[in-house]
Design a protein around this ligand. Structure first.
Ligand code: CO8
Length: 259
C-alpha cells in the first residue's frame, strides 16, 4: 500500500518498459517508515532484474516527494537500536542498482527524502519542489548521505548552510546549484520525466550501464582512477553489437536500432 508500481511501454513496437515507483503515504507526507523502506527496496531490486525494464523512476505526490525518515518511528530509539542495527544503512542499496534510477520530485524533499533523491542517478523536479536537511531541528544530523552527497552536489558552503540552519532551498536554487538536472512546471513533471526515461530506455543497455557506472564513480574515485575506469569501460563497449550498430547507423544516416 505504501508504494504504487506501474510500467510504461517505451514505444508501441518495443517490449521495453520504464518502471515507476510512487511513494504513497499521503497522510504523513510520504515519511519513510521501515515499511516504506522495505517496499521500495524490494520493488527496486525486482525491477532492476527485470530484463524488460530499462529505466526506473522514483516519485512521490504533488505535495511531497518525502518529508524525511519517519519521526514517530525514530522518536523512542536509543543508541543501541540505531548503531546496533546500522539504522538506515541498507537504504544505500538504492544507489547500487544497475539500471538508471531517476528521482521525480514535487513538493517537500527533506531529510531522508532529500538523501534518497540524491541516491538516485539524477533529480528532476517541479517548480514547487523544496529541498532541505532539517535534521538539525530534531537534535540530530543527516544519516543517509546528506552531509556527503549534498556537499559534493552543491559545494561546502551551501551544504553547510542547509545542514546548520535547516532552511529549505527552492527548485530554482537547487537547479542553479547543480542539485537537479531539470525543472518543469508542476503539471508537466511526470510527462517530462517519462519522456526522459523513455529516451534513456531507447539507448543501448550496456552503454547506459557503463555511463552510469563511470559517472557515479566520479563521486568516489581519485581522478586518475576514475579516468582509467572510464577508459576501460569505453574500451569494453567496442565488444558490443550496439557499438557496431550505433556507428553504422550514424554513417548510413538512419536511426540506430540498439539491441
Ligand atoms: N515523519 C513522520 N511524520 C511526518 C513527517 C516525518 N518526517 N513529516 C510530516 N509528517 C506528518 C505530520 O506529523 C502530519 O501528521 P498529522 O496530520 O498526523 O499531524 C502530516 O505529516 C502532515 O504534516 P504537517 O501538518 O507538518 O504539514 P505542513 O504542511 O504544516 O508542514 C513540513 C510540512 C514542513 C514538511 C513538516 O511536516 C515537517 O517539517 N516535517 C518534518 C521534516 C523533517 O524534519 N524531516 C527530517 C526527518 S529526520 C530524517 O529524515 C533522518 C534521515 C535519516 C536517514 C534516512 C535514510 C533514508
Amino acid at each position: 500500500d505504501n508504494l504504487l508500481v506501474s510500467k510504461h511501454a517505451v514505444s508501441e513496437d518495443s517490449d521495453n518498459q520504464v518502471a515507476m515507483m510512487q511513494l504513497n503515504r499521503p497522510k504523513a507526507l510520504n515519511a519513510l517508515s521501515d515499511a516504506v523502506l522495505d517496499d521500495v527496496l524490494h520493488a527496486a531490486h525486482v525491477l532492476d532484474k527485470d530484463p524488460t525494464v530499462r529505466c526506473l523512476i522514483l516519485t512521490g505526490s504533488a505535495k511531497a516527494f518525502a518529508a524525511g525518515a519517519d519521526i514517530s518511528e525514530m522518536k523512542t530509539k536509543n543508541f543501541e537500536d540505531a548503531y546496533g542495527t546500522d539504522m538506515f544503512g541498507h537504504w544505500q542499496e538504492l544507489s547500487r542498482l544497475q539500471k538508471p534510477l531517476l528521482a521525480a520530485v514535487s513538493g517537500f524533499c527533506l531529510g531522508g527524502g532529500c538523501e534518497v533523491a540524491m541516491m538516485c542517478d539524477m533529480i528532476l523536479c517541479s517548480k514547487s519542489a523544496k529541498f532541505g536537511q532539517p535534521e538539525i531541528n530534531l537534535g540530530i544530523i543527516a544519516g543517509g548521505g546528506g552531509t556527503q552527497r549534498l556537499t559534493r552536489a552543491i559545494g561546502k558552503s551551501k551544504s553547510m548552510y542547509m545542514h546548520l540552519t535547516g532552511e529549505f532551498i527552492s527548485a530554482e536554487e537547487a537547479y542553479n546549484s547543480g542539485l537537479v538536472a531539470k525543472v518543469f512546471p508542476d503539471d508537466e513533471l511526470m510527462d517530462e520525466t517519462l519522456k526522459i526515461a523513455k529516451t534513456i530506455a531507447s539507448k543501448g543497455v550496456l552503454s547506459v550501464q557503463a555511463a552510469k557506472e563511470a559517472v557515479n564513480a566520479a563521486e568516489e574515485l581519485p581522478l586518475q582512477e576514475g579516468l582509467r575506469l572510464e577508459r576501460r569501460l569505453f574500451h569494453s563497449l567496442f565488444a558490443t553489437k550496439d557499438q557496431k550498430e550505433g556507428m553504422a547507423a550514424f554513417l548510413e544516416k538512419r536511426p540506430a536500432d540498439f539491441s
